[in-house]
Design a protein around this ligand. Sequence first.
Ligand code: PLP
Ligand code: SF4
Length: 340
Amino acid sequence: MQRPAWRQALAQAFTDLPSLLAYLEIDPSALADTAHADRQFALRVPREFATLMRKGDPDDPLLRQVMPDSREMAPTPGFCADPVGDRHAKGSPGLLHKYHGRALIIATGACAVHCRYCFRRHYPYTGGTATPRQWREILDYLKADPSIEEVIFSGGDPLMISDHRLKAWLEQLQGLPQLKRLRLHTRLPVVLPQRITPELTGLLQSCRLSTVTVIHANHPNELSPAVEHGCQKLTEAGTRLLNQSVLLKGVNDDSETLARLSKRLFEIGVMPYYLHLLDRVAGAAHFDLDESVILRLQRQLHAKLPGYLMPKMVREIAGEDSKTPFQSVVELPGSRHTPG
Ligand SMILES: *Cc1c(COP(=O)(O)O)cnc(C)c1O
Ligand code: SF4
């Protein structure tokens, strides 16, 4: 069988920094020391995503998301390997059941892009896709708890799995009468829009469950015409599109950029859902922002957008029974008229 085009594109992704920098026409000496940070968490960037980066600009907001940095190697107090408590969550191998009614399946550990801020960068994936045995255990877990009515495919990136296997899994899930909704959490529609194959949209279209696809874009520059086209095909397949972002210092930490992101998402048929405050995962401290800065940002963004384009700003706190909203009710001294 011929490899699908998206697999071929994936095989051509940048996996070493010198090639990526050469392509971007960036002089390596213009960059902060990377100090082998990519040995701990490899560099990985699909070519199509790299074409959206500005040539010659080491501060490009897309490049910053994927660029290994020596600061990742410095231990920082408060930043740990498992900031959201996944290793102690209820479930079975490959399944996290933290919140009422929803179970999250780690469908695979693989991703098309390696985001330096990823909270799962240290997650002990058993490697590759869930095994048939794990999958049986997952189904048994779901059957044993009829309060679960939504399954979330996450990872890694669940769309790294072949359409063939997705089809088999979906068929089994659809056989569970308790399930109402299926959700995909995936960055592939953004970093590899070719992944939206006719087979995939066909699967979504024919699914008995209501489907929700949560894409992951952090900056408006990520939303190219190809991404728009892919989202259009997903919409036509009847899946509802949402976006989640992570608030990242040096990438999207200004209200102008975030407002443009929300408006561009809306233009391509995607509603802003979450704007996550950074999970305090070891290696990501250089993306963190002060709470006072975040509060100001939240206010400025709210003032720029219609309410329905305002993402919910949340933090994930281990042990809580939902994501925790970031409260803007605290009055920050002197913040009301802060310019900027
Ligand atoms: C974030 C998350 C969910 C989904 O939460 P929503 O608020 O419904 O988007 C479900 N399970 C786990 C383990 C999660 O981390
Ligand atoms: S899980 Fe998501 S955030 Fe983490 S590396 Fe993969 S695509 Fe990036």
